[in-house]
Design a protein around this ligand. Structure first.
Ligand code: FAD
Length: 546
């Protein structure tokens, strides 16, 4: 069955019609990774997500596949090693979504890292994270640094380090993992909320799932249940009556988007801001984005928003190190706020809290996975499914094969690998350009879809003017997009990276989705208002209101 929004009810009926080996609650990167791993080992697996896939933290990150330089400072050596290995693996498995980008680390008198500490730190980082020889760090003199990045203030500048980070699109990566899970037999449904649990005696045996589109409720039975709901994990532990011991500590992180011409950086940069924290600024096509903040959060989990204070903190940080840029609130065209689901440690500030993941097992049998990073999702999934698999074989269900996701490709990357993708990208950019697609747009599309660009182009009838419509159809029929926001935020990234295109395309997107999904006028209006609220949220609220 296709992964289409039109098949959501059928997927839910199928899920409710059998006893699953595993029910995963939460469709962010953590849940998607678990569904992928479990499906490739042969488990029957269902996944439910109460919003859209990746609508929680997994579309609101800095969008980096990190080697984890900052963990080195906290001496989390094991974590640096693990994420470094994972990064290399992902680059080969999903090369369209993972792109190397040299990051500059400017060194200032009195800054976080001194010159020799930076040099030794980056050297060690390269070794621990298993960085390829040609991508190892370079240390630059003060003059060379200013030549490479003329916008930096020269006051107190001592030089810089250049090291390789990898850029990604977090929401598309999550979708890609979800689609790969589905292609391996998993069943996944968005806008499907786990409202309460089913028990047999004291043991958890599934959940009541409410379809938030039709209002219908389904009883989904499963031998094992995993709570992978990121910032919401404690809510589900509470529903299960097992919220005790360690708890989550939510911190909010905000990113701002400004037009590239207002902050024309030569490369991504990781720099000190006046309060001693460090912030990224990352050029990406026609925009540059800046982030992040890291502040304790106890507001509503479903809708974290950026405040004027968050915005001003980031703008001041940029203006301090890039004094000629003089960014003002009027330059901000978009942005996003996300919540880090970290594990509480007494007496630690937000930035000091570990980014490590941890598994909690409740007396009812509910397995909760909390903490972690986008980058480490595959390993987190492996640990979780190892536990599920062990429990299933102890219960005499069957034994399953060990984890295989380190040998399997993601669906849009196929067997290309990073070198094959470079060739494929050249070939397809040329093909699309010859048909009249602008080079930047062609490259953007190839990175969004990988091998599936061929299907999108086919759906467009090989006509440039039909591309957006083809993207909408593909999103609905092959990627379960249900609302305009699903398309314009998480399938195309337009709200963040192409604000004008997003605003100009909204009416057409609504019309096409109305045709595809048979919306009446009031459903279309509801989806329009929803998208408008999302567009408003990208501009900060006054601090006092939050
Ligand atoms: P989520 O993505 O939040 O997914 C949980 C899902 O569960 C949600 O979609 C939610 O709707 C769903 N859910 C909740 N309750 C229910 C229910 N009852 N029924 C069904 N579904 C439910 N990591 C990196 O590797 N690189 C980075 O550059 C990076 N930058 C970051 C920057 C910021 C500002 C933040 C906040 C995080 C960053 N991270 C980064 C960390 C990374 O984004 C997170 O660790 C990761 O996205 C968490 O994914 P998750 O699936 O656990 O949670």
């Amino acid at each position: 069955m296709r992964f289409s929004a039109k098949n959501r009810s059928k997927w839910l009926e199928e899920m409710a019609g059998e006893k699953l080996d595993l029910l995963v609650i939460g469709g962010g990167i953590t849940g998607a990774g678990i569904a992928w791993d479990a499906a490739t080992r042969g488990l029957s697996v269902g996944l439910v997500e109460k919003q859209d896939y990746a609508a929680g933290t997994s579309s609101r990150s800095t969008k980096l596949i990190h080697g984890g330089l900052r963990y080195l400072k906290q001496l989390e050596i094991g974590l640096v090693k693990e994420v470094g290995r994972e990064r290399a693996l992902l680059y080969e498995r999903a090369p369209h979504l993972v792109t190397p980008a040299p990051m500059m680390l400017p060194i200032y008198a009195g800054g976080t890292y001194g010159k020799s500490a930076s040099s030794i730190g980056l050297w060690l980082y390269d070794r621990l994270a298993g960085v390829k020889k040609e991508e190892r760090r370079q240390m630059l003199s003060r003059d060379r640094t200013l030549e490479k990045e003329p916008l930096l203030t020269s006051r107190g500048l001592k030089g810089s380090g250049l090291y390789v980070e990898y850029r990604t699109d977090d929401a598309r990566l999550t979708l890609e993992v979800m689609k790969t899970a589905v292609s391996n037999g998993a069943k996944a449904v968005n806008y499907a909320e786990a409202e309460s649990f089913l028990y047999e005696g004291e043991k958890i045996r599934g959940a009541h799932i409410r379809d938030r589109i039709s209002g219908q409720t389904y009883a989904v039975e499963a031998r094992q249940v995993v709570n992978a709901t990121g910032p919401w994990v404690d809510r589900l532990r509470q529903t299960d009556g097992s919220l005790s011991g360690k708890r989550l500590h939510l911190t909010k992180g905000v990113h701002l988007v400004v037009p590239y011409e207002r902050f024309p950086l030569e490369q991504p940069i990781y720099f000190d801001v006046p309060d001693g924290r460090m912030v990224f600024a990352i050029p990406r096509g026609r925009i540059t984005y800046i982030g992040t903040t890291d502040t304790d959060y106890d507001g509503p989990i479903d809708s974290p928003e950026m405040t004027a204070e968050d915005r001003d903190y980031l703008l001041e940080g940029v203006n301090h190190v890039f004094p000629e840029v003089r960014l003002t609130p009027d330059d901000v065209e978009s942005g996003w706020a996300g919540l880090r689901p970290l594990i509480h440690e007494e007496g630690k500030s937000p930035s000091e809290l570990s980014r490590k993941d941890e598994i909690f097992q409740s007396p009812t049998g509910l397995i909760t996975i909390a903490g972690g990073k986008l980058t480490g999702f595959r390993k987190m999934a492996e640990r979780t499914v190892d536990l599920v698999s062990r429990r299933l074989s102890e219960a005499g269900v069957h034994s399953f094969t060990p984890c295989r996701t380190d040998q399997t490709s993601l669906i849009g990357g196929g067997d290309l690998g990073s070198e094959g993708f470079a060739r494929y990208r050249r070939e397809w950019t040329q093909k699309l350009e010859q048909a009249g697609v602008e080079k930047d747009r062609a490259e953007e599309l190839i990175h969004l879809y990988g091998l599936h660009i061929e299907e999108v182009w086919h759906r467009a009838g090989k006509e440039v003017q039909s591309l957006l419509r083809a993207q909408v159809e593909f999103a609905v029929e092959e990627e379960m997009a249900v609302t305009a926001a699903d398309v314009l935020i998480r399938r195309t990234g337009d709200l963040y990276f192409h604000r004008r295109r997003c605003e100009e395309g909204l009416d057409s997107v609504l019309d096409w989705m109305a045709q595809e999904l048979e919306w009446d006028a009031s459903a279309r209006e509801q989806r329009r208002q929803e998208m408008e609220r999302e567009m408003e949220k990208t501009h900060p609220q006054a601090s006092a209101a939050v």
